[in-house]
Design a protein. Sequence first.
Length: 640
Amino acid sequence: RVADVAEAPEGGRLDVEVVDWSPFRMWSSLSRVDAFHWPAAYDRWGLWGMSESYRDDPTNRLPRQKGITIDAWAMTSMMRYSGRPIWPPGTPEVDRERKKVNVLEYLPAGTVHRLFPNGADSIVCIGAGGGLDLMTAKYFGAKKIDGVEINKLVVHAVRWVPEFYSFVGNLYNHDVHPDVDVHVAEGRHFLESSEESYDIVQLSGVDTFSTSEAGAFSLSENYLYTVEGFETFLRHLNAGGVVTLTRWFYPKIIAGSGGGNGPDWIEPRYSLRLLSLAREALTRQLGGDQAAADAGIFFLHSENFTVILAKPNGFTPSDLDTLHAHCESMGFGVLYSPRESTPTIQLGAAKFQNALQAYMDLDGVAAERFLEEREFDVTPPVDDKPFFFEHSKFKDIWQKDQFINVLGGFTAHGTLTILLIEVIVLGFVFVIVPLVFMRRRRSNASARTKLGILIYFTALGFGFIVVEIVLSQKFVLFLGHPVYALAVILFSMLLFSGIGSMLSYKCPLPWSATLFAGGLSLVPVYFFPQIFETFLGQSQAVRVAISVAILAPLGLTMGMPFPLGLRMLNRVDPGLIPWAWAINGYTSVLGSVLAVMLAIEFGFTTTIYVAAAVYGVGVIGYALMYTRETKPTSSPAIES
């Protein structure tokens, strides 16, 4: 039952506690979603970067809001909206409704709409959340509004739960608002499989630290924030269109002795990486013309949020006049503008050297060196290393800022480091040590054979899990969702490797199975990208079927070496078979952590090469433990 809530006037505060404050809670394979009545203490939470000038007008009152959290951490908000027309202005009825939601004019994410005074013809908002960007688009007169939200439970709450869909004026109901169409999909996949083009492609704070808090997908890739992803956004623009992204602005202050009221340098990890990403994508899109790319970037900030605008055609003098006037009226700071240099940043009462301007003043190799010399990893991510949110560097991992993120939680690098230590220690204690104490007899196998066993089953454990993890990450874009990718990869690899194990006795040259598995593990590097590009526009069922089909040969081959190794051990010394299982299991768990560490540091392609090389080393292990002896030294034969 939803408890009665004392409704204060718009802009007021609740005078009583909300007892049953969350009328909606649902779980999915991706996350837990809660939608709730907005506690008064949250004040303007969710109105990211709102200009302080909004409060200067005494007739303005903060709108009523309700909230949505994902995994009890990431938050998006719903704003009260009657559902009545809020465009075009000029009539008493419309102006009255606009006044109720005019805070939308004061949010930095809406800056892009200033470039379309008559309203954009079309906009796609990736990460629609509670609908704030969609409402902003309606407020500024966009004629066709597509929203894309990966989490179906968020859409369900806003579209179907009475406490919320009535609150937002049925914004997600296409029958009520035919100009708004909300799709449940992964943003980049939605665009890659679409022929639509837009005046505006918008991403406002898409993705957060929520998964790091919940544990699910905390170390997964994000293909929205890569150079190739940004190029996808640019390709789906109409002539004169703009891509705009909103991200956090939490620069690290570097102590120094510069002038002003504070330190003289800051390291804007999120903003600088976003800027380098946009610059690289625009440069590629414009055929390598970096000067033209620089002319198409405008970057601003408000409080702890930044907004970047990227226009392939370049900003006209009129565009820049509009943007600068808007920033001045709202009190937004300009981080980079092609019209004038911004050597310093004003943060509160202090001025700092502007690292973003310093980067944009360089080009070519000098700019690349500048990024590499920064304390954090701010180089532009690519599809092969799509970890935009991971700014730490493993070489400096024991430094606090590399281990702890700006919100006080562990960075992915910190999480991986802790996990690696746990796996090494716990795996050794609970897998290896028991076998040592449970051993009842001395093995007659030679030291050479034992070394071969160690090498061979280590190679199989590490190689298999590394390939599996890399595949589960690379298939996200093709299948459109991390859950689909994980399910299809696990199903396919386990099914076909099981079949491969069953058929392994037919392999005439057992050592060749390991070599062949290593060779086939390179197939995803060279052939899967072309397959993905060819079939990306097909239906979900077709893409799943294609995924299973192309994974079948790899799974069959990778399933053979392990049982072939066990058969060899059965001839050498069956008592060593438990050790083979222990080594394989231990290195599989260890490899699952190392695979992600390698991918973050060196990329998926290098990680696959490492897995293939490890399989090659496994051939050496097989040769060392190989024997023609057919009579077991002890214990009955164990066939698998």
